[in-house]
Design a protein around this ligand. Sequence first.
Ligand SMILES: Cc1ncc(COP(=O)(O)O)c(C=O)c1O
Length: 427
Amino acid sequence: MKRSDFFKTVLGTLAFASLPGFKSKSSEDAVALPAWPTANPDDEQFWRVLRAQFPLTDERAYMNTGGLGASPYAVIDAVKAKMDELERVSETGRTDEIWKDVKTAAGQLLGCDAGELAFTRNATEGINIVCNGLPLKSGDEVITTTHEHVGNTVPWLGLLQRTGIVIKLFEPSAQSARENVGRIEKLITGKTRLISIPHATTTTGQVLPIKAISELAKRKNIWLFVDGAQTAGMLSFNLHDLGCDAYATSGHKWMLGPKETGLLYVRKDMLDVLQAKFIGAYSDNGFNLAKGTLALHPTAQRYEFGTVNAPLRVGLGAAIKFIQRIGMENVWRRDQVLSTKLFNGLREIPYVQLLSPESQNERSALITFKHEKLSFQEVQTHLDTYKLRTRGVGEGGVNGLRISTHIYNTPEEVDCVLEAVRTAWKG
Ligand SMILES: Cc1ncc(COP(=O)(O)O)c(C=O)c1O
């Protein structure tokens, strides 16, 4: 079947699809949809109608949620409505009720308390707060991987240049995520202060065993920071259970939130350890300039300051509620249905070498592969002709092509990727 036919099939189904509580392509009142208890991961009708909740064009297949996520109408409308409301009166729109409401929903999604969350602009901002706020000094060692995204690389290199911290690297094992616990342990010395690792690597989507690593970190009296840009809104997990000290994520990837949103989690007992360096209005809980006193806000709000874009926070709340209506478990199971179909299909194609883990438990909805006869750029250029938006992975010398599959993607789009990869090598 040709690419255009795949999408015609999807479009045709969408036009007539209806399930209780669903709307076809329309932005009206999408936030008020009722609960969706039927989000069975294999119920194609359900997911096709869900796709119609996104303005995402059917003209191409968007398979780069790892880079940026698409937002549903529910989110876009919530942002627009708040912006319209605020511009009529020219107010900031920041209220404690909105902040509490969104952070409470985020806490439910991520398994932490609302007071342990700070709003950020992106994952990188959260990483910077951690990197610059921990009391690290010259000679202190930080362990990280060779597969970091630039956002979890450059802040640490900046700290290295400014203060002389030492960065120690390990390459994530492609065979077994568990092996990484041993690789980290081997790097630990008396000077190790922090482990800074991704929850899922941006390169191959390998899910690292954070709980086991946090147990190791606790035993050795080391802090654990987790870069969660690739897991919030994709995997179902509980931060308290994972046991890390801090976790930063983007709102604008798998969480489907507005662009320029993020969340930083700082475990309650770390709030006074992780210093708030950029502070101002809202970071405090009272101050007196004449007496030289300042009390920081008792919650992670201490890392927020100044005027921000309240409609974006409202939109993030709408995104979280959208996910919660489907159910985080259902989202993850659907992502797995699509990524497993892709993984298994790629395995059958000659010259394709899969770089993402074999084990389903270690795999996320980011699937990365190489072609033995073609560079990843050549494969990507060929996939472009099928109107497939993918992402090349140069980090860590991986040199592969990464495909993200999220709830708005369809099995037909996965078939389209497989057909495109199959026809990439003409030899
Ligand atoms: C693992 C990882 N960390 C950090 C980032 C940066 O995210 P943001 O642009 O939200 O700062 C990304 C983006 O792709 C990522 O994959």
